[in-house]
Design a protein around this ligand. Structure first.
Ligand code: ATR
Length: 289
């Protein structure tokens, strides 16, 4: 697959900023666990420097890279422009989080966030019902979440975002006859949640260092609805904490990070890794550090 014939395989995560990324901790754990020869590092790449960085790393014999904020959409655009391969799922989401370097300088863009989100929910005991799911936020992360929910069979997604136009844009892009996406006003999201089976936060609200006011009124939410947050710093976000107090089942965001890494690791290092309790514990220690 890669141009490199060396048994030592190299991969990295590219972002800006990237020093807080937990992906090196995740992949390095697996490399050690399975006794594989390889490395995985975090590389800071400025917003305008992505295409150059990709070309350079490919020339240096890297097997592939993960892409994080703010480069996921740009990675898709560049790979298309360069005549590379774009996985249909990545094209549908509109974002690439995994780039593989093939022979003859060909790059392939994939999206493993969809798998990560899906697998984390399934692992948390969530099963889609014919009730709607509600997604908060309409940024890059919401795109992968909407695609994942539709792939799981969601027939109806209620989408709420502070900036209404962004939600309208996504609803227009992703709505299908099998899985409609309806915009609900941000201020009314809580009161329109009385019939949902799942609440997903994809906004940056509740992230470390961001003072999060209680932005969701749980009094309308059915007790059997599952609540999940893609934010995992802190692990128990404001939303998850309140959901827990209310007695709703919660699925934290750390699992999405672990599961999105699974297919990426397989592609980079040729081994299908497991998500285990030991790995989760190792990552939790990284979160505390
Ligand atoms: P990501 O790629 O992680 O989704 P993003 O594209 O910057 O990041 O999107 C961030 C999301 O968090 C957006 O939905 C944003 O809402 P706006 O579209 O209105 O900006 C949401 N968000 C960020 N800060 C927020 C706040 N204080 N209140 C409500 N929503 C917020």
């Amino acid at each position: 697959m890669s141009t490199s014939t060396s048994p030592f395989k190299k991969a990295a995560v590219l972002g800006w900023p990237v020093s807080h990324s937990l992906s090196p901790r995740l992949h390095t754990y697996w490399l050690h666990q399975y006794g594989l020869e390889g490395s995985y590092e975090a590389l800071a790449v400025e917003p305008r420097g992505l295409s150059e960085a990709l070309r350079k790393l490919q020339a240096q014999g890297y097997n592939g890279v993960n892409i994080t904020v703010p480069h996921k959409e740009e990675a898709l655009r560049y790979i298309k422009e360069a005549g590379g391969i774009v996985d249909p799922l990545a094209a549908r989401v509109g974002a690439v989080n995994t780039v593989l370097f093939h022979e003859k300088a060909v790059m392939e863009g994939r999206n493993t966030d969809v798998y990560g989100f899906k697998q984390n929910l399934l692992n948390g005991g969530f099963q889609i019902t014919d009730k709607p799911a509600m997604v908060l936020g309409a940024g890059g992360a919401a795109r992968a979440v909407i695609v994942a929910l539709q792939d799981m069979g969601a027939r109806h997604i209620k989408l709420a975002n502070r900036t209404l136009e962004k939600a309208q844009f996504l609803a227009h892009e992703f709505s299908t006859p099998q899985g409609k996406v309806d915009v609900v006003p941000w201020e009314k999201a809580s009161s329109l949640a009385s019939d949902i089976c799942l609440l997903v936060n994809t906004t940056s609200l509740g992230m470390k260092d961001i003072k999060a006011p209680a932005y969701f009124d749980f009094s309308y939410l059915p007790k059997e609805a599952i609540v999940t947050d893609i934010v995992y710093t802190p692990l128990l976000t404001v939303l998850l904490n309140e959901a827990k107090i209310r007695g709703n089942r919660i699925v934290d965001g750390l699992g999405m990070l672990l599961y999105q890494g699974q297919p990426a690791f397989k592609a980079f290092f040729g081994y299908d890794p497991d998500v285990t309790a030991g790995l989760r514990q190792h990552m939790l220690e990284g979160l505390k550090a």
